[in-house]
Design a protein around this ligand. Structure first.
Ligand code: ADP
Ligand code: ASP
Ligand code: MG
Length: 815
């Protein structure tokens, strides 16, 4: 004998019922079956809604009733051959009329009792199981329908009735001894009191019905057929990477379901566990998938964690006060009052000082718990020995479950560091003495992030997901996205880094996709997306609240640079090639660095100096390892280098500058390069990263530009002034050539002072042979005394800048 249970989606409509019937037929070939059936999906909710509306004297209940009727009539018409439909439709109609009478009664009285509510709700299972039984009759003549209420006896705790096992087991066995059908279809979820009043077993209770039959009949197996491939390592609707668990023990499954894995109603396990009947969780829509096998066999596996589950809508109730210390029985009184009002306590913590006790309950239960607790402790409250209990709503419980956890140290360490790193605030912690479970209470806004973070940590083979929000998709931005697209698969395979772009914007539009933007089609999608507002962009990033979020600034905008603090404060890392923030006044640079440390959000800007060259990272490592930088000599402007390498005194200085612009080496306004401002910013950043406090204004700028050029207001006027001053530039070059030197624009830091300016460089100097747009930096430090540490290479251009940004993003994968 097997007992099967089909959930709401498995009987959601005629198509799904056909699948259910296929499974039953196939199983019936080898086994005698009892099949418990849930209400058509969504129907229990509709019934509850109709009851609630009627009791509120809202005529709207009729429309809900019509919707319920339509679902069932449609299923019957599609499933049952026309010539057989009449009797089945009229049976359904009679049931629906009885339901209507109950609802009309509630409407007239303006109230609904738990008892009436159970009667109303029972129609869901009664109708669905009747329809399945009738459809099956055609396929398996030796099949029948049996109303569970005649077999399953409960107490009168309506809505959550407790089963009288002695009576129920007896009745079930007696019935099946007498009636030997190949398949017996029963409605799940419902039972009846001794005196025949309809009761229900709690939401999700059809699983329980099936388990009760399985235990009573000593079934070989209990099979729960649902809409997913088993019990997953986490709720698959929230954690996309979750996987079905192949084998799990009763205790582990109980723990997961108790803490929210809805796929199995928690009380289901007890009756079958005591008889050692294994449970299979199977997918009606993919019967060939293995599913999950639940038994008493504990399988050894490398991973001590079996799954992660969570419960929404939790409230924490805290009762505290000196009056609780050392007073025996305070907790007893607290739990007694909760039990009297039928409040289920999901979570308990008490500090050893006994000064406070904190419990987690469902939010709806907290509403009735608060006045009851305050009443129970009213004397202590009046004497100010205890304060009225505090209720905090909007929380969730997350539980990490696994039998083998007790044999492994460091699991909670891993758990808390991963959550802490992602800025998830933990409000309360409990670890069961069995060490099968560690549960935490967190804010509900963090639950998605927490589940995904923990799942990644414990199940995803050291892989890490990085979620990027890119502002600026111009020249460099496009290159960056191209490089990322090309490397995505490789990084996933070889570095276990899953880098996804979740949001992007240009100066007009912003485009988001929580599942990751397709990097093949973003260029069509972005222009059609919504209008940009920086505030809306930040809000979206915050609301998504994804783990390992990174804001990537590929603009040169001071407004965008002004947003970094907001990102860092929300634990969102910042990667930028924009120099403005790091070259702003020292206080604001320092503030960003402090925020980065405080909120565990890396702030990386390798491309601020020398594009993709590893200059800042090298400097950081030097400083971190205790070295001290005394002197820096550097050529940091790819554009100025290009200009002075190409200008020979005869080919027109302005023309060469224009050429540099065409090749993409200058800023859109070349004066920023030629005036030395860009180089000043770069040396300032290097000096600051070396540990010195300096402002832009402290840097001496020995400009080679004549005053008139510096004073121009437009780019065109600037070029005209360069043309007019050709003689000045020619003289500079000629003088250098006469001394057998080349002109280089050099940034220097020595003895605490920094300067930038054009210098004549003689052939033996390392700068002399600097080609094209190359950059070079020499660091003289405590350790590099005579021979400086030298970094040299292409220091400008979209590709190398993009790859520098990419390197910073990958660095995030390693922290
Ligand atoms: P049924 O109607 O078949 O009883 P339920 O909706 O009660 O189905 O349970 C199945 C659902 O449980 C899945 O669709 C899934 O969304 C949810 N669920 C939550 N946690 C888990 C988990 N750990 N494993 C599988 N499913 C889960
Ligand atoms: N139909 C009931 C519910 O929705 C019972 C079940 O589906 O298990 O809660
Ligand atoms: Mg269910």
């Amino acid at each position: 004998m097997l007992v099967l249970k089909f959930g709401g989606t498995s009987v959601g409509n005629a198509t799904n019922i056909r699948r259910t019937i296929q499974v039953i037929q196939q199983k019936a070939q080898q086994h005698q079956l009892v099949v418990a059936v849930s209400a058509l999906s969504g129907v229990t909710d509709l019934l509850l809604k109709a009851g609630h509306l009627a009791a509120s004297k809202d005529e709207g209940f009729r429309a809900v009733l019509a919707e319920i009727e339509k679902k069932h009539v449609e299923a019957i018409k599609e499933l049952i051959p026309i010539m057989d439909q009449n009797s089945i439709l009229s049976h359904a109609k009679r049931s629906l009329n009885a339901l209507e009478t109950l609802l009309e009664g509630c409407f007239l009285l303006g109230e609904i009792t738990p008892r009436t509510s159970d009667s109303i709700v029972s129609f869901g299972e009664l109708l669905s199981s009747y329809i399945v039984a009738k459809a099956l009759e055609k396929e398996i003549p030796n099949s029948t329908f049996k109303d569970s209420r005649e077999l399953l006896t409960t107490n009168n705790n309506f809505g959550h009735a407790a089963v009288d096992f002695e009576q129920t087991n007896k009745t079930i066995r007696a019935h099946f001894n007498k009636h030997q059908h190949r398949v017996t279809i029963v409605p799940g979820f419902i039972g009846a009191t001794q005196d025949g009043q309809t009761t229900t077993l709690g939401r999700g209770g059809s699983d329980y019905t099936a388990a009760i039959f399985a235990a009573a009949l000593h079934a070989q197996e209990l099979e729960i057929w649902t809409d997913v491939n088993g019990m997953f390592t986490a709720n698959p609707k929230i954690v996309k990477q979750a996987k079905p668990i192949e084998k799990i023990t009763y205790e582990e499954a109980m723990e997961l379901s108790h803490f929210g894995a809805k796929v199995l109603y928690p009380p289901t396990i007890q009756p079958v566990m005591s008889k050692n009947i294994p449970i299979w969780i199977k997918n009606t829509f993919e019967p060939e998938a293995i599913g999950t096998f639940i038994s008493n066999v504990s399988t050894k596996s490398d991973n001590p964690i079996k799954g992660i589950s969570h419960i929404d809508k939790i409230a924490l109730i805290t009762l505290e006060g000196s009056g609780m210390i050392g007073v025996a029985g305070s907790s007893k009184r607290l739990f007694e009052v909760l039990s009297q009002i039928h409040v289920n306590v999901i979570f308990i913590t008490q500090a050893s000082s006994e000064h406070s006790i904190c419990i987690g309950v469902l939010e709806e239960d907290a509403l009735k718990a608060k006045p009851a607790i305050d009443k129970a402790f009213e004397i202590e409250i009046a004497q100010e020995k205890v304060t009225p209990c505090i209720v905090e709503n909007g929380l969730c419980i997350v539980a990490v479950v696994g039998e083998q956890m007790k044999n492994h140290q460091g699991i909670s360490g891993k758990m808390f560091s991963a959550l802490g790193y992602n800025n998830v605030n933990i409000r309360a912690i409990a670890q069961g003495a069995s060490e099968r479970n560690i549960s935490i209470v967190i804010d509900k806004k963090d639950v998605h992030k927490a589940l995904n973070t923990l799942h990644e940590k414990f199940f995803e083979d050291n892989s890490k997901q990085l979620n990027l929000f890119v502002m600026g998709v111009g020249n460099v931005g496009k290159k960056f996205l191209d490089q990322l697209k090309q490397q995505q698969a490789y990084l996933l395979e070889h570095y276990k880094l899953n880098i996804r772009v979740i949001g992007m914007s240009n100066s007009k539009k912003m485009y988001f996709d929580q599942e990751g933007i397709n990097l093949d089609t973003w260029q069509e999608k972005l222009p059609a997306a919504s209008d940009l507002g920086n505030a809306a962009f930040i809000e979206t990033v915050k609301t998504y609240n994804l783990r390992n979020s990174i804001f990537v600034d590929i603009t040169a905008s001071d407004i965008v640079a002004g947003l970094y603090a907001q990102f860092l404060q929300h634990n969102i890392a910042v990667v930028t090639c924009n120099k403005i923030a790091c070259a702003a006044e020292y206080g604001s640079y320092r503030n960003l660095k402090n925020l980065s440390r405080k909120y565990n959000a890396p702030f990386l800007f390798e491309t601020n100096v020398g594009a993709g060259l590893p200059i800042i990272d090298t400097l950081k490592n030097l400083v971190a390892s205790g070295d001290k930088v005394h002197e820096i000599q550097a050529v940091l402007s790819g554009s100025l280098n290009f200009i002075f390498n190409n200008y020979d005194g005869n080919n027109g200085f302005a023309a060469v500058v224009r050429q540099a612009g065409v090749e993409g080496y200058t800023e859109p306004d070349p004066k920023i390069d030629l005036s030395g401002v860009d180089v000043m910013r770069k040396i300032l950043i290097l000096v600051r990263e070396s540990g010195y406090v300096m402002e832009l204004g402290d840097i001496e700028n020995k400009s080679f530009l004549p005053e008139v050029c510096l004073k121009t207001k437009t780019v065109e006027a600037f070029f005209e002034s360069l043309e007019a001053q050709e003689k000045h530039f020619k003289a500079l070059v000629d003088k250098a050539v006469q001394s057998n030197c080349k002109l280089k624009y050099v940034a220097t830091f020595k003895d605490g002072n920094a300067s930038v300016g054009l210098q004549e460089i003689s052939p033996e100097h390392p700068f002399y042979n600097l080609e094209g747009k190359d950059n070079i930096v020499l660091f003289y430090t405590d350790r590099y005394v005579d021979q400086p540490l030298l970094i040299k290479g292409a220091g400008a251009g979209a590709s190398v800048t993009a790859s520098g940004i990419f390197a910073d993003v990958i660095r995030m994968g390693n922290v």
